[in-house]
Design a protein around this ligand. Structure first.
Ligand code: GLA
Length: 730
């Protein structure tokens, strides 16, 4: 629910468990007054106290009232150059060269349902699931309108934000910064949690108390990056899974971003999130507008578990556009770690045959099927079948796979080109490059200028020819390097600050075309594993390959960190061979199965090398996953222990909405002699129900399992696993 109180000039956004309030003050500045647990409505601006603060200037219209300063007021969308020295949200460069922004309230609109954003991913809703508030601010001198969009998903405590900047004047201006979200809080006694890493180890949780000054994470790599995820949490110092106030903030954006918190001199904090201001500058001719990517906030008054579940539910129901949203996704076999570049059609068919016998339903032909692609230095850009490897063409291969009752999927990396390709030889000027500089290579490849529609059209025509030539059920869309040498031949000098963002819009444009033209195809996102794992990509690619590190033990950390925002159903996770290709670790096949089946499940190994026993185990895993699919992919997710904190085991749980069923998964760590016995306390069960564990005879009260726990068996070897299937007795 959204209300406007005319007398107090307050806007109040209600969700089931939270309340968010803004107020237009007597200078028409839009203040932020409260965001937290749901409380009785009143004008919460009484919390803001004013005093004469030296060196914090006073807006001209306050006359000689020295107690009012933008530098200390909590604001809904922060400005710059006119008296607030903290993190700005918007920065306008006028024709006279000045850089500032000064915003005053002018009006608002309310709408049923959730707003949409042109060319950008966004949460969607029907008329009844969400509401929209648009608050209009104006910079009179710049003749600019700033529209603040708020989407309220009441049932899931989720509030979305986006901003549109409109040039209402008669002269061209430049937008040098445009955050999606600004959140001013009257406190600094909080921790900042970020999710960081590198290729092969993404989204590891880091937690630190806020301190004076600015703390930030971000990316200037052109993709949201392996290094920092555009999802962060601000929380009470003692917040944990079950208790404490926490704010989760995600940005639905796949390019350069910044998430920054500043603790001010007077113990308030400002959190700003949006496109990274590095090399960003957007020209706005008269009448033109710029729309920021969307950000989404969940506030949980009772810890991280509740926050994650609210993100998971809303992402599943209002962000993913998944052809399988009401059907079970197929269990897949991916060819990459089975063959790398070294395959023929016959070899693929042989592997697929094994996969189909074991119950797999989708065969994905990974990198290496096109152009002159025999290693990663050639072929990208030539999206036509490599006739040496697939002499009878794609149609014949897909027919053979389909005959085994398996669907067919294919890998592409449309944004990239190798110099050793026909595309590059014909159009060397199509790559991002700065005139006079030779562009840096990454994985031996260059980046196509996806800000240009003509280049995207050319690539799309090639892809269409492939995707229409045979029944394709799945596409893995990869992106295997960071952007450098960012300059576009299609834009004049003063617009080069638009290229990074136009590149991302270009990727979204092509993905949207795919989604529109092939709605039945499931698209998996990938960027050297999880280098572009963000809410923006999820709108187009409802699952993303979580990491190129397929080792089950490393994956515990990666999937744990990922789960704070993103639901398990969108984490691509495969069982691979041992010793693991990335780190040489040997783990039991059961363990690899337990870890992978907690995501979008598949295998990535040469099944011909498996023993009879291993094949039986794989068959069992697939059957189990199929049986419990709804529970795993649609159920509520609970983290039971942290792989960063507990060396003895990592455990998690999926619970059905009616709490009558649960699957508990647990991986033991390295074993040590005479290790103590452990008990595992479960979560999310119905305290009043009795549960049967793995079809055993004994019934355990839900309250007992949650408070006293379940005893873990002793284990003798490293990395053993345990799965418990709980059903409520009648
Ligand atoms: C990336 C992906 C891998 C695989 C290779 C193919 O690294 O993350 O899964 O597809 O590319 O080159």
């Amino acid at each position: 629910m959204i209300t406007y109180n005319e007398q107090n000039q307050t806007f109040t956004l209600y969700t089931c468990n939270t309340l968010y309030q803004m107020k237009v003050d007597h200078y028409q500045v839009l203040l932020h007054t409260y965001y937290g647990p749901r409380i009785e409505e009143c004008d919460l601006s009484y919390l803001i106290q004013c005093a004469d603060h030296s060196f914090s200037p006073n807006p001209n219209e306050t006359g000689y009232d020295r107690t009012y300063s933008l530098d200390v007021m909590p604001q809904e969308y922060s400005t710059c150059g006119v008296g607030d020295f903290r993190l700005p949200s918007v920065e306008l460069e006028l024709p006279n060269g000045s850089r500032s922004a000064n915003l005053r309230y002018t009006g608002y609109y309310l709408q049923k349902g959730k707003y949409t954003l042109p060319e950008l991913p966004a949460f969607y809703s029907g008329e009844e699931d969400a509401e929209t508030l648009i608050v209009c601010l104006e910079d009179a001198a710049a003749q600019v309108t700033v529209k603040l969009y708020f989407g309220v998903f009441e049932a899931s405590d989720l509030i979305t934000r986006a901003v549109q900047i409109v040039n209402q004047g008669t002269e061209t201006i430049r937008l040098c910064r445009c955050a999606s979200l600004c959140l001013d809080l009257l406190r600094t006694d909080m921790d900042l949690i970020t999710f960081n890493g590198h290729h092969l180890m993404e989204r590891c949780l880091d937690r630190a108390p806020l301190r004076p000054g600015i703390q930030s994470v971000g990316s200037i790599r052109g993709a949201s990056s392996h290094q920092h995820n555009p999802f962060v949490i601000l929380c009470d110092h003692d917040a944990d899974e079950e208790k404490g106030l926490c704010y989760g903030a995600m940005l639905l954006y796949s390019g350069n971003f910044e998430a920054a918190v500043e603790c001010s001199q007077y113990e308030s904090s400002r959190f700003v999130m949006g496109i990274h201001p590095y090399h960003f500058c957007w020209t706005l001719a008269p009448g033109e507008s710029f729309t920021s990517p969307e950000a989404a906030l969940v506030c949980s008054p009772c810890g991280f578990a509740q926050m994650s579940r609210q993100f998971h539910r809303t992402i599943r129901n209002h962000l993913l556009r998944d052809p399988y949203s009401h059907r079970r996704k197929p269990v897949l076999l991916n060819s990459w770690e089975a063959t790398y570049f070294d395959f023929t059609a016959d070899k693929l068919v042989e592997i697929a045959k094994e996969a189909s016998l074991l119950g797999m339903e989708l065969f994905v032909m990974d990198d290496g099927w096109f152009g002159s692609r025999n290693d990663d230095n050639s072929g990208l850009g030539d999206w036509r079948i490599n006739k040496t490897k697939l002499p009878e063409g794609l149609e014949s291969l897909v027919a053979k796979i389909n005959d085994m009752d398996m669907a067919f999927g294919i890998w592409v990396e449309p944004e990239m080109v190798n110099e050793n390709s026909d595309l590059y030889r014909e159009h060397p000027d199509w790559v991002l490059h700065i005139p006079g500089r030779s562009p840096a290579r990454g994985r031996g490849q260059l980046v196509l200028d996806f800000s240009r529609k003509d280049i995207r059209d050319h690539i799309y025509r090639q892809l269409q020819a492939v995707f229409s030539s045979a029944p394709i059920a799945y596409i893995k869309w990869d992106m295997n390097r960071s952007l450098t040498d960012v300059w576009s031949a299609a834009l004049p000098a003063e617009r080069q600050g638009e290229v990074y963002h136009r590149y991302v819009l270009g990727v979204y444009d092509l993905l949207e075309r795919l989604h529109h033209d092939y709605p039945h195809i499931l698209i998996e996102g990938c960027c050297g594993g999880g280098g572009r794992f963000d809410g923006g990509m999820l709108y187009y690619t409802p699952q993303i390959w979580c990491s190129d590190d397929s080792d089950a033990v490393d994956r515990l950390k990666i999937q744990y960190g990922t789960s704070f925002c993103y639901p398990p159903s969108c984490m691509g996770a495969h069982v691979s061979a041992v010793p693991n290709e990335q780190n040489g670790r040997i783990t039991p096949l059961e363990t690899r199965g337990v870890v992978a089946m907690s995501g979008a499940f598949g295998y990535e190994m040469d099944l011909k090398k498996c023993t009879k026993e291993e094949k039986a185990e794989i068959r069992r895993q697939i059957q189990l996953y199929k049986t419990h699919y709804d529970l795993i992919c649609q159920g509520d997710y609970y983290r039971l222990s942290s792989p960063f904190e507990n060396p003895s085991f990592t455990a998690w749980e999926h619970v059905s909405a009616d709490k009558r069923e649960a699957v508990v998964s647990l991986i033991f760590g390295n074993q040590r002699p005479a290790s103590p016995f452990h008990r595992l306390r479960l979560k999310g069960l119905d305290a009043s129900l009795q549960y049967q564990v793995n079809s055993g005879e004994k019934l355990y009260p839900g309250s007992t399992l949650m408070e006293a726990g379940y005893p873990l068996p002793p284990v003798q070897k490293d990395y053993q696993s345990l799965q418990l299937y709980l059903t409520a007795g009648s």
